[in-house]
Every structure is written in structure tokens, then in C-alpha cells.
Design a protein around this ligand. Structure first.
Ligand SMILES: [Zn+2]
Length: 119
């Protein structure tokens, strides 16, 4: 076994069997010599880093998805309460059917606006 060459076979387009790496050897791992970029520990570290990046991106996407779903659920919950709240407000305004000032006017205007867009 020659120790002068990187133990990695390089594959590329147009070459069927691949060819031995010709880069200068830098490290020995388990009796095999490797160049810097084919050093199994370097390759593993690179793959691990890429894997971690993917996992982080996946987790971020999932968190984003859950946030959107949470926001959609909250919107749906509030929307479901709307008719009931509108009725409660109308009941209250009718019960005290006299002008109680600007807040009362505002509430009346809001009810009218809500019922107009409901139609
Ligand atoms: Zn190599």
C-alpha cells in the first residue's frame, strides 16, 4: 500500500470508474492517507454541520408553521365570538336606549358598520 496518495476515489462526469484523488496527503486515519478535503473527520464534520443546519431550518419552519396555525386558530376563535358579541352589544344599547354620550354613539356606529358589512 502506497501512502503517497489520498485513499479517496473521485467521481465526475464522463468518467465511469472514477480516479484516485491526486491531492497531496495530509492526514492518516486508520492506516489510510487522505488529503485535506477527503479527510474522513473533515468530511464528517462538514456533513454534521450541514445536517445541523437542515435540522435547524426544519425546526424553524415547523415553529413558523405552528405560529401561523396558532394565529389562524386565534382569528377563527375571535370570529366565532363576533355574532354573539354583536348581539350582546345591541342588547345593551337597546336596553339603555338613550344617548349616553360619545361612547354610546360610537358603539351604535360600530354596530351599524358591523351589520352593514355582514349583509
Ligand atoms: Zn483526496
Amino acid at each position: 500500500m502506497t501512502k503517497a496518495r489520498c485513499a479517496t476515489t473521485v467521481y465526475g462526469s464522463g468518467n465511469f470508474g472514477g480516479w484516485p484523488c491526486i491531492k497531496p496527503v495530509k492526514v492518516e486515519r486508520n492506516g489510510m492517507m487522505y488529503c485535506t478535503i477527503h479527510d474522513p473527520e473533515y468530511v464528517k464534520a462538514k456533513n454534521d454541520k450541514r445536517q445541523l443546519k437542515w435540522e435547524k431550518e426544519f425546526a424553524d419552519n415547523q415553529a413558523e408553521c405552528l405560529r401561523h396555525r396558532g394565529a389562524a386558530n386565534e382569528s377563527a376563535r375571535r370570529l366565532a365570538l363576533f355574532p354573539e358579541m354583536l348581539e350582546a352589544l345591541k342588547t345593551l344599547l337597546d336596553k339603555y336606549d338613550r344617548n349616553l354620550g360619545q361612547h354610546w354613539e360610537n358603539a351604535r356606529a360600530l354596530v351599524a358598520k358591523a351589520e352593514k358589512s355582514n349583509a
